[in-house]
Design a protein around this ligand. Structure first.
Ligand code: 0R9
Length: 633
């Protein structure tokens, strides 16, 4: 790596450009954008640790809402830059300062990270930097989007080394300036899994919370953490190898679930959209299990091979690659997909060799996994036969007819605007049918509860009538065959009563879509309708309210008003139902999205899986029980 040269920092643009178009630099100005500021600063500390200096990062949400990040690295150099300014001033005020680092392999981030601490400064009301280096403590303070308030000055002596940055996000720029302790924790826990020597200490002064993350066993601990609420079939298998200048680290473990959970990273940055390393991993796994099963006569000569999905059923894996800068290629809009061609064969051969050895050494585990793959293969083949029979007409017409009989379709076929309301129960379905705009809205009433798909495979799915109907209506297949291009609707809207049963049906539907039509969520086509809880008639005026608080605020000081508490959707009349729940201009909809992939997996498996204890624990910790509605009529 080239040595840092203070005069090499390139001066590119002013901070004003950042304030004018923040989205260009941090993606957005919502919660996600706000947390980008944190990642930006934290990534600098992580880079320092990766480079071999320091091991601890302390992050604090302060009482005034500002964020402090402190590391125990070498400390930012404090000497003069060729421009005459101090190096910290340059680093924190000049866009893309860091210059040579990027060329010399310093920054390896694939996403929006690495745009520089100056961007954070530009988008902050104020920022204070304290540097512990060469026995001295130096500070520099900025205000109003990066203007120097106090230039670098010595304030004391120290035996420590490190850098501390505190910043207050600008309220004029961000929709919200409240950092989420949970979001910070989730991300930092991930970093601690990936960097064995890292210790992260997080403190929320506002909420009096403190968490410390440190893992000696890296990826093994990561997989154990993901699978902690699942029934595991064997101990975590670590895989390690270096080839073609690429270092491969993987940990994997099979559980008795039907899900596949693969996470990948490159140089400790998440590759959320996969890429060549994931392709290599999948090919290696498929090959090694087919070869093992053939060699050991577990697959007979007349049998067809396992396909990839068979050998990945129940598999949890975390992949981390170290790729030198010169080989790095990222693709996609968010640069979350690895494009490096060399990664594919490298990972494939390392996975193949390591797993071949593991399977030969651990015969019982090998047979358990192969048997699981056999079952998956049989279920897949049964599902394929059922599909083919349907396609060839055997039972198709009557089946398709009965499937679509429940649906009240829209008058026109336009997948770009059409909406499918999945409605709880026939009575609510009736109201929805009367309320809808028939041009583009379809109604599918569900009769009973659908099965819990968390513990179901494809052949179970095909046996369930309600789910079959949903698959048929959405029209884009299911599981691995799901193709988002074929969806019949722009919005699929889950519409249930605001009671326990409704919430349960909502959970079951969300689990189904998450497990078997995930792209529908990832591409923003799944919604939850929000029918109101209360109707208030007052002075010839009718108003609807969604929460007790809204209702209390409205009725406060009023007399002679009438409140109706809706017990179910079926109680609503078509007019109000249209206005509050279906009309695109006036309704409230929740868009379902996946914020954090690891957490989403864990939540779904804890809340919907068959291991009881973690669910009890989660409910006790997170749910506030109250016996009655706090609104008394
Ligand atoms: C609290 C958040 N931490 C940081 O922002 C941080 C930046 C940083 C750093 C160096 C060490 N620790 C840091 N923490 C550093 C890097 C180098 C030499 N000395 C110290 C080097 O890369 O050669 N720096 C990141 C950029 C710079 N320092 C520099 F450009 F000022 F050199």
């Amino acid at each position: 790596m080239a040595k840092y040269d203070e005069s090499s920092i390139k001066i590119l643009e002013g901070l004003d450009a950042v304030r004018k178009r923040p989205g260009m630099y941090i993606g957005s100005t919502d919660k996600r954008g706000l947390h980008h500021l944190a990642w930006e600063i934290i990534d600098n500390s992580i880079d320092e640790i990766i480079n071999g200096y320091g091991s601890v990062i302390k992050i604090t949400i302060n009482e005034d809402g500002s964020l402090t990040v402190r590391d125990n690295g070498r400390g930012v150099p404090t000497g003069k830059h060729s421009s005459g300014k101090s190096t910290p001033e340059v680093i924190y005020t000049i866009l893309h300062a860091g210059g040579k680092f990027e060329e010399a392999g310093y920054k390896v981030s694939g996403g929006l990270h690495g745009v520089g601490a100056s961007v954070v400064n530009a988008l902050s009301e104020w920022m204070d930097v304290t540097i512990y280096r060469d026995g001295v403590i130096n500070t520099i303070k900025f205000e109003k989007g990066g203007h120097v308030k106090e230039p670098l000055k010595q304030i004391g002596t120290t035996k420590q080394t490190g850098t501390e940055v505190t910043f207050m996000p600008d309220k004029e720029i961000f929709k919200t300036t409240q950092f989420s302790f949970t979001t910070l924790c989730e991300r930092m826990q991930e970093s601690a899994f990936l960097l064995n020597k890292l210790t992260v200490e997080l403190t929320d002064v506002l909420d009096d919370k403190k968490v410390i993350y440190h893992y000696d066993n890296g990826l093994i601990s990561f997989v154990e953490y993901i699978n902690e609420n699942r029934n595991c079939l064997h101990k975590v298998v670590p895989i390690h190898g270096i080839k073609n200048d690429i270092e491969v680290d993987i940990a994997l473990q099979y559980t008795d679930s039907y899900n596949e959970d693969i996470l990948s990273f490159v140089n400790n940055v998440k590759t959320g959209d996969g890429g060549t390393h994931e392709v290599g991993f999948k090919t290696g796994i498929t090959k090694v299990f087919n070869d093992y099963a053939r060699t050991n006569n577990l697959l007979k000569s007349k049998d067809t091979n396992f396909d990839g999905s068979d050998v990945r059923e129940g598999l949890t894996a975390v992949i981390n690659l170290k790729i030198p800068e010169k080989l790095l290629q990222f693709e996609g809009q968010t640069k979350g997909k690895l494009g490096t061609p060399e990664a594919r064969p490298t990972v494939e051969s390392i996975v193949y060799d390591n797993l071949k050895f593991f399977l030969e050494e651990n015969r019982d585990t090998a047979i358990t996994i192969v048997e699981k793959a056999q079952k998956s293969k049989m279920a897949r083949e049964a599902a394929r036969r059922a599909r083919e029979e349907a396609r060839n007409g055997k039972g198709k017409k009557s089946e398709a007819k009965s499937l679509s009989a429940k649906l009240t379709p829209p008058q026109t076929r336009n997948p770009k605007i059409n909406e499918l309301f999945i409605v709880e129960g026939n009575s609510a379905g009736g109201t929805a049918k009367k309320s809808r705009d028939r041009k583009f809205q379809a109604i599918l009433p569900l009769r009973g509860k659908i099965i819990n798909t968390e513990k179901a495979n494809l052949s179970d799915i095909f046996k369930n009538e309600e789910i079959n109907t949903i698959i048929h209506c959405v029209g884009a297949g299911v599981g691995n065959d799901f193709d988002i291009k074929d969806i019949n609707y722009d919005k699929v809207i889950i519409t249930t009563d605001a009671d326990d049963d409704g919430a349960h049906i909502q959970c079951l539907l969300l689990t189904f879509f998450y497990r078997f039509m995930k792209p529908l969520i990832e591409t923003g086509h799944l919604y939850i309708a929000m029918p109101p809880l209360f109707r208030v008639d007052y002075n010839k005026e009718t108003k609807y309210f969604w929460t007790n608080e809204e209702l209390k605020e409205y009725t406060n000081g009023k007399t002679n008003y009438k409140v109706q508490r809706y017990k179910g959707l079926g109680e609503m009349n078509p007019g109000p139902f249209w206005d509050t729940t279906m009309c695109p201009e006036t309704r409230n909809l929740i868009k379902v999205s996946i914020n954090d992939a690891v957490l989403a997996e864990k939540r779904v498996s804890v809340l919907m899986g068959d291991v009881v204890e973690p669910r009890k624990e989660w409910i006790n910790e997170n749910v506030e029980f109250s016996l009655e509605d706090d609104y008394v009529l």
